[in-house]
Design a protein around this ligand. Structure first.
Ligand code: PGA
Length: 232
């Protein structure tokens, strides 16, 4: 990781949890955090739950006063208006700070291509959200305005077969060398408390994007603690 910048841990709940399950997760996480907090200058924690959880989690975070930022897993390519069923960036900007854009599951199951992803990036930026633009390899096109990029090889997502820290670092380096401005690269794909240290210890990976390992407060907190312990 880069010196002085915090290491990012971005949890992605995907399509999981009822509202009451989300509340229980938060209560567990709050208790673990308060017993064993982490300096946000070392590790910055972001959680991307489903849209339905944003309001509840935002209120709970305010009450608990813990440094947990919210992001979304997706965003509409359209602004506010007559787009039935869509969630626009402007609708959620009071609660979320980040949004994933172009996750491999969106590209695969919803046919999202670069044209639509570019629209999503524009809408996110207009509302003041920070896009976390997901790509699968070092050859992917990245919209110029994106300074936060997730490398998540599709074969490593949800498979229990993570990319090696060495290879992920090589890809991170390549992506950085192609960017016109400084960018942060995070790695996603079967990251757990057991392997997060290897990514923290690289030169060019600035964070991780755990999916499965964010689903229980215990696993997520454990991963954050391991990340913090391995930062210098
Ligand atoms: P996973 O998901 O940690 O369950 O592999 C990663 C991702 O969503 O990129």
């Amino acid at each position: 990781m880069e010196q002085s910048a915090p290491f990012y841990v971005v949890g992605n709940w995907k399509s999981n949890k009822t509202v009451s399950e989300a509340v229980v997760w938060f209560q567990d996480f709050e208790a673990l955090w308060k017993k064993n907090p982490v300096d946000p200058r070392k590790v910055k924690v972001i959680l991307c739950p489903g849209f339905i959880h944003l309001t509840t989690l935002h209120s709970l975070i305010e009450l608990a006063k813990i440094p947990l930022a919210l992001g979304t897993q997706n965003i509409s390519p359209f602004p506010n208006g007559a787009y039935t069923g869509e969630i626009s960036s402007f609708m959620i900007k009071d609660m979320a700070v980040f949004t994933l854009i172009g996750h491999s599951e969106r590209r695969k199951h919803f046919g999202e291509d670069e044209k639509i992803l570019a629209e999503k990036v524009s809408r996110a930026k207009e509302a003041g959200l920070e896009p976390i633009y997901c790509v699968q390899d070092e050859h992917a096109a990245i919209p110029e305005s994106c300074t936060f990029v997730a490398y998540e090889p599709v074969w490593a997502v949800g498979t229990g077969k993570p990319d090696t820290a060495d290879n992920a670092n090589r890809v991170a380096k390549a992506l950085k060398s192609l960017a016109k401005t400084p960018i942060t690269i995070i790695y996603g794909g079967s990251v757990t408390a057991d392997n997060v240290t290897s990514y923290v210890q690289t030169t060019d990976i600035g964070g991780v994007l755990p999916g499965g390992a964010s689903l229980t407060a215990q696993a997520f907190h454990g991963l954050i603690i391991h990340a913090a312990e391995s930062t210098v």
